[in-house]
Design a protein around this ligand. Structure first.
Ligand SMILES: Nc1ncnc2c1ncn2[C@@H]1O[C@H](COP(=O)(O)OP(=O)(O)OP(=O)(O)O)[C@@H](O)[C@H]1O
Ligand SMILES: [Mg+2]
Length: 260
């Protein structure tokens, strides 16, 4: 089963991908996470394996390809392992395409139960490449409750469908903020996830509250599902992981990873 998350910039795609990946690994599945955001990678920092080649060993060459970095039980590959933070990645489309191909074909992923792909914002080159390399891919769309975010997420869902990648579900992030006194603020409005799910004819897999612990988890490199597993946000991520397992049962991952 292949999960690809997609949607508007800054809605929490990387946060969701990382936490769901770690939750799946924690549930005993073999999980691979490809950071396809080659220009704006954020996965390494979120998993505490950041800082590029200057910082340490990074991925090493094994007998059957480059060994991915393992963090919280998840096998990770990211452009962030090859460049330092102060080095911009400036590439034309074909190089990007080639890099993604190498990340899929030359990395020793083994036979993971799930490969999650963290997509860059927007619809574009990377989505096109991924649809060619992972024709059995599936898309999970992340949105906030806000109408504007929903519209962009919807476009990325339509793009996925055009590329023959089925959309399997919607994940609503930043759904509300709970105050210490039990009051609830719907900072980004209400209903975007449910509406999008209905329009796309797919389930709303979960709603994740806005919570300082989620942001801190991303900043410190210990995802909230590990640092505070009984928090509402962590439980929401775990529930989404369970939904993805349910959806994924029929389509166990096999040869799709091999590009050639
Ligand atoms: N539920 C949440 N509660 C609090 N902060 C959150 C939540 N989800 C995401 N964030 C924070 O919001 C910011 C944006 O999240 P993230 O980087 O995951 O978004 P993205 O959609 O991947 O962005 P991009 O489009 O740039 O790739 C991050 O600082 C993250 O820690
Ligand atoms: Mg991101």
């Amino acid at each position: 089963m292949l999960g690809v998350s997609s949607g508007k910039g800054g809605v929490g795609k990387s946060t969701v991908t990382v936490n769901v990946a770690v939750a799946l690994a924690g549930a005993g599945y073999s999980v691979a996470l490809l950071d396809a955001d080659v220009y704006g990678f954020s996965v390494p920092a979120m998993l505490g394996v950041s800082a590029g080649p200057a910082a340490g060993p990074g991925p090493v060459m094994g007998e059957t390809g480059v060994a991915p970095v393992v963090a919280f039980g998840v096998k990770v590959m990211s452009m962030g392992f090859f460049v330092n933070d102060d080095q911009p990645v400036i590439w034309r489309g074909p190089m990007l395409h080639k890099a993604l191909e190498q990340f899929l074909a030359d990395v020793d992923w083994g036979q993971p139960d799930f490969l999650l792909v963290d997509m860059p914002p927007g619809t574009g080159d990377v989505a096109l490449s991924m649809s060619q390399y992972l024709p059995a891919g599936e898309v999970y769309v992340v949105t906030t409750p806000q109408a504007a975010a929903k519209r962009v997420a919807q476009r990325s869902a339509y793009m996925a469908r055009k590329l023959n990648l089925p959309v399997r579900g919607v994940i609503e992030n930043m759904s509300w903020l709970d105050g210490p006194d039990g009051s609830r603020f719907e900072v980004f409005g209400h209903g975007g996830g449910a509406q999008l799910a209905e329009e796309l004819g797919v389930p709303l897999l979960g709603q994740i509250p806005l919570a300082p612990g989620v942001r801190e988890g991303g900043d410190t490199g210990t995802p909230v599902v590990v640092s505070d597993p009984s928090s509402d946000a962590a439980e929401a991520f775990q529930a989404i992981a369970r939904e993805i397992v349910k959806l994924g049962k029929a389509r166990i991952f096999r040869e799709e990873l091999k590009v050639k």
